[in-house]
Design a protein around this ligand. Structure first.
Ligand SMILES: Nc1ncnc2c1ncn2[C@@H]1O[C@H](COP(=O)(O)OP(=O)(O)OP(=O)(O)O)[C@@H](O)[C@H]1O
Ligand SMILES: [Mg+2]
Length: 375
């Protein structure tokens, strides 16, 4: 039976385990803290940091394949595991070219994938030069370790440049992007197997609140007209990177129906959580199948509409859920609690997916379901 190692013990690792434990695979998890969301689901939770070689060796022992649940893993840790003879998907080179947003944008641009105009930023005058070429607003971004909008600042005029540069420089190196006046934000997941088989999930709409993913809406045929363009994008990107596993791709839809790629995630993605109840095979199961080189599962929607709403922490407190007993009375409503012990404002604590016919009704039901739960 296969043994799968996951670097990281968060909710994505937890859902990877949930998706495939029915096959009786063994999962080993490397987590910084005990009782992580994924660690609660396996006897093999190894505690250690990325730079802890002993922990890395213990974690990897007996693994047929190793994968990751976030892109912030130190490149050297992946390299270390590869050099010890482990198979890691996605591998160190892929992670390196994605975890740095500047390198990622350059890779995409060089491959002919449309992205917003961008440039490397080393000084205040670099930002002003970029703005005089492309106009305000400009988005200043940290090259690495940005997530949930942490590491992004919108700059509206020359007067805001100094402050923004000062603030974000503390986080490390920067890039700037032209601010895109998109019609909608969209996302797609695709999974590519070790043997090159590629499957592409339906395109979904994502709604962010304060730069954090809030709601994801999937609906049959809604973005059918983008299907071919999106398939080409997924094929180009995954082949160029030699990618193996599920990838999340965030997109901007422009007024002329063209698409820009906002960013890639070399892992399963929040915009694909709806696939657990909404599609024939979830993004999580297909990730596991892909890295094992198994045939991938069908990805069609099994319902007309599926809407996912995140359960975000509201205060700094010990996580304590109330209202689950009421929530489970709702039909076609599926609640996932990640098992994090501490709640913080904006922290992803769980999610709810609601399925049904009409997208508007399903969205309203998802919002109603979310309101029943307090943390
Ligand atoms: N060039 C842009 N033009 C307009 N809006 C943008 C641009 N870049 C980012 N945004 C907005 O900011 C949000 C977060 O940006 P981005 O995806 O780059 O950051 P992140 O912190 O890596 O996000 P996450 O981890 O939540 O996906 C986007 O979903 C989008 O709403
Ligand atoms: Mg993003």
């Amino acid at each position: 039976m296969k043994t799968i190692g996951i670097l990281g013990g968060g909710q994505l690792a937890r859902m990877l385990i949930e998706s495939s434990c029915r096959y009786d695979f063994t999962f080993r998890v490397l987590s910084k803290e005990p009782m992580s969301p994924a660690g609660k689901l396996t006897r093999f939770e190894i505690i250690g940091d990325w730079d802890d070689e002993k922990a890395l060796e213990e974690f990897s022992s007996g693994c047929d394949v190793i994968t990751l649940e976030n892109e912030f893993i130190d490149f050297n840790a992946i390299k270390f595991l590869e050099e010890k003879g482990n198979y890691i998907a996605p591998g160190s080179n892929v992670v390196r070219s994605i975890q740095d947003k500047l390198l990622q944008k350059e890779t995409l641009k060089n491959t002919g994938v449309p992205v917003a105009d961008f440039t490397r930023i080393d000084s205040v005058s670099d930002i002003k030069d970029f703005a005089s070429l492309h106009g305000y607003p400009v988005i200043l971004k940290s090259r690495t370790m940005g997530y949930d909008g942490k590491g992004n600042l919108k700059i509206n005029s020359d007067a805001e440049v100094n402050n923004a540069f000062k603030q974000l420089s503390k986080r490390g190196e920067l890039l700037a992007e032209k601010y895109i006046d998109f019609v909608l934000e969209l996302a797609v997941q695709c999974s590519r197997s070790t043997n090159g088989e590629l499957i592409i999930y339906p395109v979904v709409e994502t709604i962010q609140k304060d730069h954090i993913c809030h709601i994801v809406k999937a609906s049959r045929d809604r973005f059918h007209y983008l299907r071919e363009t999106v398939s080409d994008l997924c094929k180009t990107i995954t082949e160029k990177l030699g990618y193996v596993g599920t990838m999340g791709i965030e997109l901007f839809l422009l007024p002329n129906s063209e698409l820009l790629v906002n960013e890639l995630a070399p892992r399963v993605h929040n915009s694909g959580h709806y696939t657990i109840e909404g599609c024939k095979t979830s993004q999580f199961e297909n990730h596991i199948r892909a890295i094992l080189g198994y045939k991938l599962g069908d990805v069609e929607l099994t319902v007309n509409s599926a809407v996912m709403i995140n359960i975000l922490g509201e205060t700094d407190s010990t996580a304590d859920y109330k209202g689950l007993d009421e929530l489970v009375k709702m039909q076609n409503t599926y609640c996932h609690i990640y098992g994090k012990q501490l709640s913080k404002p904006g922290r992803k604590m769980g999610h709810i997916t609601v399925t049904g016919e009409n997208l508007e009704n399903v969205t309203a039901n998802a919002i109603e379901a979310r309101a029943k739960l307090t943390i």
